[in-house]
Design a protein around this ligand. Structure first.
Ligand code: NDP
Length: 290
């Protein structure tokens, strides 16, 4: 689907399609900030939610090769399972081993990963933090942590200490994506407490704090200049962020990461610059309604 074949907005019922696919996916915020961005730049496409069970993924991939599809975003649990169903995967997505954005180029499905660039963009542009030469503590070793670690290492972080409840998972991640600049410790061990005073940045990429007011680590041990970033965005202020702010540390939630990865996906889908401020405002408005 060539962009110059788009008609003027508003998007009609037979407009080109974009979607976020997941199982479940009905609570995804993506349409709330992607559709206003499409409308704003005058791309007459519709961005919808498609709930796809694992057994329906291959059929969906076949459908999404159709001429009315521009592409789709991929969320849990399909970020790995979609890979063998694609025609091409860009090197950065292959390196991280997950795809969150798929673009339809003339019937060929091309896999990308904008979680990595989205985290880097959020850190630089929202927090004004450049990881080059910095020491980082990264909490977690799941899907979000993979993108964060790759983003940090690619941006030239001096060292990343990965702390995880399951130590082996952190060790595996450090070996796989750490490029010799990461090591693993236990989330509840003494080693993390010793490392924190030397860190310029603490990133929470665990789900601790999402369902109950608990912090995965105590930011009190961080130096006074450190920045805290929590990938969680509901609640808007996790216990970790509350503790960090009480100490006077700059502390940010994961909404900017969500919106920046969406902005990078938007640019791949449309070839137009993403209106990131508008997307962030739309996401904030949608969150305040939910
Ligand atoms: P995964 O299930 O892949 O990983 C979960 C991580 O949290 C693991 O490191 C796990 O440790 C840890 N964890 C879970 N429960 C506990 C606990 N009780 N105590 C200590 N550690 C725990 O999930 P994701 O990586 O996909 O998601 C993690 C968070 O990131 C979620 O809150 C999600 O909403 C958020 N997220 C935000 C994004 C954004 O754009 N802002 C993008 C993607 C995710 P263990 O290995 O020991 O199980």
């Amino acid at each position: 689907m060539m962009l110059n074949s788009f008609r003027a907005q508003p998007a009609a019922h037979d407009s080109p399609l974009l979607a976020v696919i997941g199982w479940p996916a009905k609570h995804s915020l993506s349409p709330a900030f992607q559709q206003p961005a499409l409308d704003h730049v005058g791309v007459a496409a519709r961005y919808v939610i498609r709930e796809i069970p694992p057994e329906g993924l291959a059929a969906f991939a076949a459908e999404a090769r159709g001429p009315n599809w521009l592409g789709f975003n991929v969320t849990i649990p399909h970020k790995l399972a979609i890979m063998p169903l694609l025609d091409e995967i860009v090197p950065a997505a292959r390196a991280i081993g997950a795809v969150n954005t798929v673009v339809n180029r003339g019937g060929r499905l091309i896999g990308h990963n904008t979680d990595v660039t989205g985290f880097g963009g959020a850190l630089r542009l929202e927090a004004g933090f450049d990881p080059a030469g910095k020491r980082v503590a990264l909490l977690g070793a799941g899907g979000a942590a993979r993108g964060v670690l790759k983003g940090l290492v690619d941006a030239g972080a001096a060292h990343v200490t990965i702390a995880n409840r399951t130590l082996e998972r952190a060790q595996h991640l450090a070996r796989e994506l750490g490029q010799g600049r990461a090591h693993a410790v236990a989330l509840d061990g003494d080693e993390l407490r010793h490392v924190l005073p030397t860190c310029h940045l603490l990133v929470n990429a665990t789900s601790v704090g999402m369902h109950a007011p608990a912090a995965p680590a105590d930011p009190a041990a961080l130096p006074p200049h450190a920045v805290v970033y929590d990938v969680i965005y509901t609640p808007a202020e996790t216990e970790l962020l509350r503790l960090a702010r009480a100490r006077g540390l700059p502390a940010y939630n994961g909404l900017s990461m969500l919106v920046y990865q969406g902005g990078d996906a938007f640019e791949l889908f449309t070839g137009r610059p993403a209106p990131r401020d508008l997307m962030l405002r739309a996401a904030l408005a949608a969150l305040s309604r939910s």
